[in-house]
Design a protein around this ligand. Structure first.
Ligand code: PGA
Length: 212
């Protein structure tokens, strides 16, 4: 399965680096049977790329620009992320849609990511937000950071409506308490884990409860 660890803005770069240094062996083990991707802050991508060289642990970014390059102050291009060693990028996360990001912008971000050789993970809450031929993460707003998840039956019903030609992920309050149940949904291709992914014991329990 694909395990995407979204670290949001919980840590500073020194904290992220220390966490990876301390947990590299465990993470390497977890990455043996699953595709494990860390999504740290932008500022940690370069040092983490160096630290993770030679391991199966992959890196991704939490967002990218909708533009290829140019006068876009403060933005980060998909090409730049690819150059740093990222292989995935999350686009359209609810926490960004809430800032006013539109579906058109998200589609352009996904296209830039693909053009740069990155795999976009598009977060959606409703079916009209799906972008064909990308990995889709179903993340209901009621579940993000709340500790409340839909039932596995409800999650399965939504995943079954998503295009089956690429991976279908679930995200929102995934924890060691619900991972085995959610992990047993046949159409599930992986998980997008926020807060719990920064707790190495929690992350270990989640990953170990999933089918290989
Ligand atoms: P959560 O976040 O696991 O902390 O609920 C998930 C997400 O926002 O991707």
């Amino acid at each position: 399965m694909l395990i995407a660890c979204n670290w949001k803005m919980f840590c500073t770069p020194s904290q992220e680096l220390k966490w990876v240094e301390q947990n590299k062996q465990i993470l390497t083990k977890l990455a043996q049977n699953h595709t494990l991707i860390l999504f740290p802050s932008f500022l940690s991508l370069q040092p983490l790329a160096t630290l993770l060289k030679g391991t199966p642990i992959l890196l991704g970014a939490q967002d990218c620009s909708e533009h290829e390059y140019g006068p876009f102050t403060g933005q980060t291009s998909a090409q730049a992320l690819a150059e740093l060693g990222c292989s995935y990028v999350v686009v359209g996360h609810l926490e960004r849609r809430q800032l006013g990001e539109t579906q058109e912008q998200i589609a352009r971000k996904a296209a830039q990511a693909t053009k740069a050789g990155l795999k976009p993970i598009v977060c959606v809450e409703t079916l009209d937000q799906v972008i064909p031929h990308t990995i889709t993460a179903y993340e209901p707003s009621s579940a993000i950071g709340t500790g409340i998840t839909p039932s596995p039956t409800e999650i399965a019903a939504t995943l079954n409506k998503l295009p089956a030609d690429s991976l279908r992920l679930y995200g929102g309050s995934v924890s060691s308490k619900n991972a085995a149940e959610i992990g047993s949904i046949p159409s599930l291709g992986g998980l997008l884990i926020g807060k719990a992914s920064l707790d190495i014991q929690e992350l270990g329990k989640i990953v170990e409860s999933l089918p290989k």
